[in-house]
Design a protein around this ligand. Structure first.
Ligand code: AMP
Length: 306
């Protein structure tokens, strides 16, 4: 079947209404790379019909952020998705999702106010709102998200649970460049020097993982090591480094399997994020994800969020 390019909510709903097979949704903002494509491949293994949405969502960008210059490559994206046998690319214009008079938003609660939410106020309100709209328009059985945006996964899982949304969320591991940098549409903004310095994010996480595997379970010690790595590189400004309970995003005092280290840093004007799930030595990325996504909301080692 040829890949259909759909731009209106009514046509998307009509397509959905005619489909009886299990349907997967992969929400994206386009400028597709291997990270996005890994989600599509997973989706193909689990569902009969694949819908990929491409929508650079204005409500999740702050007024001084990069909405206008966010990379867009619709022709190339369509080509890639066609080659993977995607059934529908849903690429609505802004006015289709936010027509005149649009006013209702979703408040995703406390997990949306820390880390990315603290630095980008309103970001997750925009994310949760557009994802809920996409779920209502496309009505997927399963929706696929990347671990790359770990806090986003936590926000979406809360949204689905708290609002009883009839969709299953599948989370896929981070796809990296050969040197370790997490793939991101924003990597194209990096100049050669900053591209080199950007390796600090993955390298500092890797270092923490090595320490953990050598027996260090004290989150503060691991964080000190991560911060030290950043102190040595003046091109990179660390926005935050934290080790958290994956369900609540509350800081953890002691590592448990499934604890997550989150880092965000700026290189010039480019903001990058990365994360790492701690797991038993030799555990696969999927097992680590499973550990993180089944960790209970509270544990004894947890600190109060100051
Ligand atoms: P975006 O287009 O940045 O909104 O990303 C769309 C989806 O792709 C999100 O669920 C992201 O978490 C996921 N994604 C982005 N980069 C990667 C990556 N390097 N590895 C795995 N998933 C990713």
């Amino acid at each position: 079947m040829a890949t259909r390019w759909i731009t209106t909510v009514s046509e998307m709903k009509a397509f959905r209404a005619e489909t009886s097979k299990s349907l997967a949704l992969v929400p994206t903002m386009g400028a597709l790379h291997e990270g996005h494509l890994s989600l599509v491949r997973r989706a193909k293994m689990q569902c009969g019909v694949i819908v990929v949405s491409i929508f650079v969502n204005p409500t999740q960008f702050g007024p001084t952020e990069d909405f206008a210059r966010y990379p867009r490559s619709p022709e190339k994206d369509l080509e890639l998705l066609r080659s993977l046998g995607v059934d529908v690319v849903f690429a609505p214009p802004g006015t289709e999702i936010y027509p005149a008079g649009f006013a209702a938003f979703v408040d995703p609660g406390p997990v949306a106010t820390v880390f990315e939410g603290a630095i980008r106020p309103g970001h997750f309100r925009g994310v949760a709102t557009v994802v809920l709209k996409l779920f209502n328009i496309v009505r997927p059985d399963i929706a696929f998200f990347g671990q790359k945006d770990f806090q986003q996964v936590v926000v979406i899982r809360r949204l689905v649970e708290d609002l009883n949304l009839p969709v299953r969320i599948v989370v896929c591991p981070i796809v990296r460049e050969a040197d370790g940098l997490a793939k991101s549409s924003r990597n194209v903004y990096l100049n050669a020097e900053d591209r080199k310095a950007a390796l600090l994010l993955s390298r500092s996480l890797k270092r923490a993982e090595e320490m953990a595997q050598a027996g260090e379970g004290d989150a503060q010690k691991l964080l000190e090591e991560i911060r030290k790595t950043f102190d040595a590189e003046p091109r990179a400004q660390l926005d935050y480094a934290a080790i958290v309970n994956p369900a609540t995003l509350q800081p953890a005092a002691q590592l448990i399997p499934g604890s997550v280290a989150l880092v965000a840093a700026r290189l010039g004007t480019v903001r990058l994020i990365d994360n790492l799930i701690f797991g038993p030595q030799g555990s696969t990325p999927d097992l680590k994800l499973q550990l993180a996504l089944t960790t209970q909301p509270t544990n004894e080692g947890e600190q109060r969020n100051s």
